[in-house]
Design a protein around this ligand. Structure first.
Ligand code: GAL
Length: 415
């Protein structure tokens, strides 16, 4: 029995509390998410404004600090404890699979049909990720990809070296950066950041075929093999290059790059929102390397909103209004422009976008896309990998060979 099933078997699910305010049709809808960095909070405010301005309802913000790994268990326990929020954010993919199977999520198929989601959502895999047994249970809101490295130009200039264009040339700049008192790589302390950075390195350095064999086919022999060994060796070097920046949150690590304390960060394109807030210009003040500059590829990950079943029809109506609004063309542009993500609608235009977003759009248009890790691996597998990679990160005596074997063992057990 895995995660949620284990909880479900021991939990009585009380009927949902209806939170209806004074007048009929005006619902105070609590929306839970983990968007707490400056740019994330700015982006989610666009959703809140649209909901408050364009419906009779009120957005009650339920932000949870500490990232998705902290937020998701809180959301799940609220749902299983009989006090579900009106809506909540998860990543696209398999995170809500057990909640849907347990019948706890509102079926949004009528909204999706009315709004023609099947005709506009691009790539269609994002709608597929919301679909279970032919019914639609979530509203995807953006496309984010993990596959990026962000570099502060000024740090390389200060160190007297060229701004690197791929992983290898980046590693060659490390001694000069150190000499100049700059930490080459900023990595936050939360396990998902270390495992996430490794996933990017594995795709870039072991290659697409090996990455898909491990993540999609759960082929443990490939995880044990030579191609992956290269990625684990590089991750060992990354551990050394990251020594000196000691922060927890991803945006604190981004901030270390923005401030020039560190030179680079491997992080999803939500980091762009922070560079934009700091008024840094892509291609001038900072550079972005999709696939670490080694492979032209993105993963189509991102965020979706789910709506727990409620007993009050007015709450349900408000939930459906919000679901429709999240994919409204104007709301998509307003939200994604601040967030650093791409719209999920193929028919909206972000207007003039910077060099990094252009690179991302081009890769998507060329179909250079793999599914996201959260779509391929179960939350249990991801948690085990997070634990392992953070153990490696914090245990200097643990070798790349040690971690590779343990990683392969997790993949062997993965579903
Ligand atoms: C991801 C999410 C992004 C971003 C990031 C850091 O899981 O998809 O939208 O917010 O976490 O908080």
């Amino acid at each position: 029995m895995t995660g949620i099933n284990r909880w479900l078997s021991g939990t009585a699910i009380a009927s949902a509390l209806a939170v209806t305010a004074g007048s009929a049709g005006a619902v105070e809808l609590e929306v839970m998410h983990w968007w707490t960095s400056g740019s994330e909070a700015g982006a989610v405010q666009e959703f809140a404004n649209a909901f408050n301005d364009r419906t009779d309802n009120t957005w009650v913000d339920g932000a949870i600090a500490g990232g998705g790994d902290v937020a998701r268990p809180v959301m799940v326990s609220r749902i299983l404890g009989g006090d579900p929020p009106g809506a909540f954010q998860f990543n696209h993919g398999r995170q809500a699979e057990e909640l849907i199977e347990a019948g706890l999520m509102l079926d949004l198929t009528d909204v999706a049909e009315e709004q023609g989601w099947a005709d506009v959502i691009n790539p269609p895999s994002l709608l597929d990720a919301c679909t279970y047994e032919g019914r639609i249970y979530c509203a995807p809101v953006n496309i984010h990809s993990w596959q990026w490295m962000w570099l502060n130009d000024a740090t390389f200039e200060e160190a007297g070296v060229e701004v690197p264009t791929n992983w290898e040339s980046f590693t060659e700049t490390a001694p000069a950066l150190r000499e100049a008192g700059i930490v080459p790589l900023a990595v936050g302390g939360q396990p998902w950041q270390q495992n996430g950075a490794f996933g990017v390195m594995a795709l870039a350095l072991a290659g697409e075929e090996a990455w898909l064999a491990v993540n999609q086919d759960k082929d443990a022999e490939v995880a044990r093999g030579e191609d992956y060994a290269r990625a684990f060796q590089a991750f060992g070097e990354a551990r050394e290059m990251a020594d000196g920046v000691s922060v927890q949150d991803w945006n604190q690590a981004t901030n270390a790059v923005i401030q020039g304390e560190a030179a680079a960060q491997i992080m999803g394109d939500w980091a762009q929102g922070e560079f934009a807030m700091a008024d840094m210009v892509a291609g001038e003040d900072y550079e972005c390397l999709p696939g670490l500059g080694d492979i032209a590829i993105l993963d189509a990950g991102g965020d979706a909103f789910y709506f727990p079943q409620q007993s009050d029809p007015e709450v349900e109506a408000a939930q459906k209004e919000l679901a429709a609004l999240l994919l409204d063309p104007e709301v998509q542009v307003a939200f994604n422009s601040v967030k650093g993500s791409l719209p999920v609608r193929g028919d909206v235009d972000l207007g003039s976008v910077n060099e990094c977003t252009q690179k991302g759009l081009q890769l998507l248009a060329d179909g250079n896309v793999v599914p996201s890790g959260t779509a391929l691996l179960s939350p249990d597998t991801t948690n085990s990998l997070n634990d392992l990679m953070t153990e490696f990160w914090n245990t200097p005596s643990m070798t790349p060979e040690d971690v590779q074997e343990q990683y392969a063992q997790i993949i062997e057990q993965a579903d």
